[in-house]
Design a protein around this ligand. Structure first.
Ligand code: SF4
Length: 314
């Protein structure tokens, strides 16, 4: 696909190496342009729609931070009245999904609205200054959870948002990340082809907030999966299907040391226990999904049946 054919055009204002823009472009291109998009306030919105310009080549509307799901419900109803069967995609960052937008998302899922909600999870409020969100991982340094005498990064585990979504019994749920772009595209296609409430959770590394070089975005995204901190899973009608985990897992240290937001875990003695805690989180996630844990000799891949949700560092 040439640059001029992408449904998010070059010339947007995102930082170099932004995983969010890679993920959003992959997702949009998968739709062949046959979607209507509702976009909550956040990095994706401010970087692609600096008035009076827009990088989007699909119908697009800006909601406020917390109500993309509710606006999408209204857009879907309006299209239905007009006899148009156009998939409606609500999208937001982790703050607009797991924190500020959780009530609207819950309502959309509960009412069984025919909407696909996509969460672009960069694990913080990056747009407004890298503050902690409910999806910030345990011990990550942010501007509101700094490292110092009184704080050692984020003291709370990452909210298990996928399990919260699954509790609403949606038609389709999946996790994806940009390093595995074919997997992401397949899941976006399946989500678009399904009717009813759907949810896609895409991990999108952020060079600015996670503190790595822009050239490392895809590598960091891959390490999240390789370390079992972010298994790639999908559920149809609540039933867990394929899970992609690492054939040979890497230690969480490989993932953590690739990012400046965790650098204190390697230079402070408190980091030894913290890294062991995070490794336990990854191993527990691997066990829940039936994939190899770090240090396992033998593992089982792609189990069927119910399991807990994917979590990244918590
Ligand atoms: S702050 Fe992060 S998410 Fe936002 S545009 Fe920059 S790299 Fe992308």
């Amino acid at each position: 696909m040439s640059a001029s054919e992408h449904l998010i055009q070059p010339g947007h204002r995102a930082c170099a190496g932004c995983g969010l823009l890679v993920g959003a472009r992959l997702a949009a291109d998968t739709s062949d342009g046959k979607i209507a998009v509702v976009n909550a306030t956040g990095c994706l919105e401010v970087t692609t729609t600096a008035y009076p310009q827009s990088a989007w080549r699909v119908p697009w509307i800006h909601s406020v931070f917390g109500n993309a799901a509710a606006v999408a419900t209204g857009v879907r109803a309006g299209l239905r009245v007009q006899g148009k069967d156009v998939p409606v995609v609500a999208q937001a960052g982790d703050g607009g999904t797991a924190d500020i937008g959780l009530q609207a998302l819950s309502g959309m899922l509960e009412r069984r609205d025919d909407v696909l909600f996509v969460c672009y999870d960069n694990e913080g409020y990056m747009n407004t200054g890298v503050q902690r969100s409910g999806l910030t991982p345990f011990d990550a340094a942010t501007t509101t959870t700094p490292v110092g005498e009184w704080s050692f990064g984020n003291p709370l585990p990452k909210k298990d948002l996928v399990s919260i979504v699954l509790a609403h019994s949606p038609a389709y749920v999946a996790t994806a990340t940009i390093a595995y772009h074919k997997d992401l595209e397949r899941k976006m296609q399946r989500a678009l082809a399904t009717k009813g409430p759907r949810y896609l959770h895409i991990l999108v590394p952020c060079p600015l907030g996670w503190k790595f070089e822009p050239r490392s975005t895809i590598g960091v995204s891959r390490l999240a999966v390789m370390s079992n901190l972010f298994p790639l899973a999908e559920w149809r009608d609540g039933v867990l299907g394929r899970v992609k985990g690492p054939a040979v897992p890497v230690s969480v240290d490989e993932y953590l040391k690739a990012q400046g937001r965790f650098s204190h875990l390697f230079r402070d003695e408190r980091g030894v226990d913290a890294r062991a805690t995070i490794q336990n989180m990854a191993d527990e996630t691997a066990r829940r999904f039936g994939i190899r844990a770090y240090g396992d000799v033998v593992g089982v891949e792609s189990p069927a049946g119910h399991a807990g949700a994917a979590s990244s560092n918590g």
